[in-house]
Ligand binder design. Sequence first.
Ligand SMILES: CC(C)(COP(=O)(O)OP(=O)(O)OC[C@H]1O[C@@H](n2cnc3c(N)ncnc32)[C@H](O)[C@@H]1OP(=O)(O)O)[C@@H](O)C(=O)NCCC(=O)NCCS
Length: 183
Amino acid sequence: MNACYRCRILGQEKSGVRIRRGHLRDGEPLARLKYELDLHHRKMSIWPPECDMNEARKTVKEMLKDRRNAVFVAECLTKEIIGIVNARLVKRETVHSEYGKVGEIGIIYVKDAYRRRGIGKRLVAACIDHFQRLGVRHVTLRSVVDNRASDRFWETLSFTPALYVRSSTVQKVQRRLGAAARG
Ligand SMILES: CC(C)(COP(=O)(O)OP(=O)(O)OC[C@H]1O[C@@H](n2cnc3c(N)ncnc32)[C@H](O)[C@@H]1OP(=O)(O)O)[C@@H](O)C(=O)NCCC(=O)NCCS
């Protein structure tokens, strides 16, 4: 899909986009973005996402209602919502005081036609400002290993891999265990 007509005419792709808090009334366009994100992840090496608009509506509604979350959206001059990010405050029982409160960046998605214009960075900046106000020091997120664009994006912003989530099937593991026992 192309960048919206008015933004293109005004040549304000960058400055014409504002980042603001997301509200329950944004539910439908945000569910659409969540659905598109699911489609984007469908062919990657993770268990397949639902790719169902009703599930997306439910997920987004719960996300917006949960007070631990701050949802930020990118909106163009025409009021079209073209990006979303979720910043989540996680409280933890730990002797390491600086890890008692950590930030999690949840879903992030920018519509295809608007990528590489700094909107993803501005969404992350909104999360980081939010976490800083809450006194959070450490920020974490999950990303899929074969999502090259997101790798580059997060590396640019100083996020380095810290944990593998490994995946197999019962059958494959049994085969390997059998081979190991035989060999
Ligand atoms: C990842 C995503 C949110 C980035 O949004 P964006 O608005 O395009 O990001 P920005 O324009 O702020 O990019 C900032 C920097 O990240 C890097 N980057 C972003 N996308 C990149 C890509 N496709 N290839 C290489 N580097 C990339 C670049 O260094 C870029 O700076 P530059 O354009 O000046 O070179 C967007 O590509 C997206 O929505 N992807 C699909 C959903 C997804 O994968 N989400 C992440 C799940 S963890």
